[in-house]
Design a protein around this ligand. Structure first.
Ligand SMILES: C[S@@+](CC[C@H](N)C(=O)[O-])C[C@H]1O[C@@H](n2cnc3c(N)ncnc32)[C@H](O)[C@@H]1O
Length: 401
């Protein structure tokens, strides 16, 4: 049992109430049920090594375990993201819920949401994490939550079917076990990574497959085990990296690095630059041969790569050329105009293709939530439909309204 003195409890209660208010103000919490769950669970008991200030900060994670390279493999997720995903899940009392990726606190929120008549199971691939979650859950009084040690790729069939499955590690694919593990009206909330960016997508069952109801940008530690991502990363030079999860994309690091030394072609699209996460999603799924280009600050400061690559930007590549987006102030209309920077022998052709997509997005799809995702399990059709992403167990498609 963790010893917590009265003053700490009072501080925690105050910080928790402030956290709930702020989560409501930021529209992360939109329902009374989720607000009540966040108000009830003593979050600090699930991260006893962290300060109350960090634990109750909306946007801070608490690192729990790192790998040999110092990268997080398990964290207590930020309250803001947990609230968003629980709202996406739309959980009702009495439901049966499976959480993939444990920590304890999110399972405690789930237990509050399903109540005494519901059931919560949380599964983690890492024995240390399961043991820690069990201790924290018992300490905080959530003894009803079941903890399981297994690779969540296979679900937890003993408890299926579930009304809700919530995945709390970044998934690269959706295994059959998650779809088959849902009730007919079940919902899967999963942070799905496509070409290096992750969105928490709420999927409902739709026959054999899934159809999305909402999506939000998210950040998670990657899924380990059988479901780990298939990705290629290439260092072009110190501080410049490209990554892709599409096996068909040509990746010739030497030629691309050489292209960066070629003169830069800049093409302005005339289209508005706006809503960068929605624009990126459109580009990622519509550019025919896409990678994510990352550049370190010193490379950007030297003027070799544009600042858009500091947080990663969709780039169109061929064997020997690369094009990616940029922006400039639009003095006529206010805001920004999008444009393309291209290098290499095919710079002109790539810049034209990229600019056309920037214009199409601005003209037809420039709004939040314009995409419907579908997941279709089974062998991929040939040819692959437009806007489709090939995965091991099926395809993800995206359509814009
Ligand atoms: C962000 S943490 C989970 C946070 C947690 N849900 C909370 O309450 O804050 C992600 C977890 O996913 C786990 N994980 C990664 N791959 C997994 C897999 N294949 N099956 C089950 N758990 C997995 C990691 O061990 C890690 O503990």
């Amino acid at each position: 049992m963790t010893a917590v003195d009265d003053a700490t409890v009072r501080d925690a209660d105050r910080l928790r109430a402030e956290m709930v208010r702020a989560l409501r103000d930021q529209d992360a919490i939109t329902s009374e049920a989720v607000a009540a769950a966040f108000a009830m669970v003593p979050r600090h008991l699930f991260a006893p090594e962290a300060s109350l200030k960090v634990v109750y900060d909306l946007h801070r994670i608490v690192p729990v375990k790192k790998d040999d390279n110092g990268l997080n493999v398990s964290v207590m997720s930020a309250a803001h993201l947990q609230a968003v995903m629980l709202e996406q899940a739309d959980i009702e009392p009495g439901m049966k819920v499976l959480e993939i990726g444990s920590g304890g606190v999110n399972a405690a929120y789930l237990q509050e949401l399903v109540g005494g008549d519901g059931e919560v199971t949380t599964v983690d691939i890492d024995g240390d994490i399961v043991d820690r979650a069990r201790l924290c859950l018992d300490d905080a009084g959530y003894t009803l939550v079941k903890t399981v040690l297994a690779d969540g790729e296979r679900g937890v069939p003993e408890g299926a079917p579930y009304d809700r499955i919530i995945v709390t590690a970044a998934a690269w694919d959706i295994p059959r076990s998650w779809i088959d593990g849902l009730t007919e009206k079940g919902r899967l909330v999963v942070p799905l990574t496509v070409c290096g960016t992750t969105r928490s997508i709420a999927f409902d069952r739709d026959g054999e497959g899934l159809v999305s109801r909402s999506y939000r940008l998210a950040h998670f530690v990657p899924m380990q085990g059988e479901g780990a991502a298939e990705e290629r990363k290439a260092l072009l030079r110190e501080g410049v990296v490209v990554q892709t999860d599409d096996g068909r994309v040509p990746l010739n690091p030497q030629a691309l690095n050489h292209a960066l030394d070629a003169p830069r072609l800049v093409r302005w699209s005339g289209a508005a630059w706006d809503l960068p996460d929605e624009l990126e999603l459109y580009l990622t799924l519509n550019l025919p041969s896409v990678v994510r280009l990352h550049a370190a600050k010193d490379v950007v400061d030297q003027g070799l790569v544009n600042p858009s690559a500091l947080v990663g930007v969709s780039a169109l590549v061929s064997e020997d050329s690369i094009a990616y987006r940029t922006r400039r102030d639009n003095e006529d209309t206010g805001g920004f105009e999008s444009g393309v920077i291209a290098h290499g022998p095919q710079a002109e052709a790539l810049a034209d293709q990229y600019s056309e997509l920037l214009r199409r997005w601005a003209e037809h799809h420039r709004r939040r939530g314009a995409v419907t995702f579908r997941y279709l399990p089974g062998p991929a059709p040939t040819p692959l439909p437009q806007n489709a992403v090939l995965r091991r167990h099926g395809i993800v498609t995206a359509s814009w309204t």
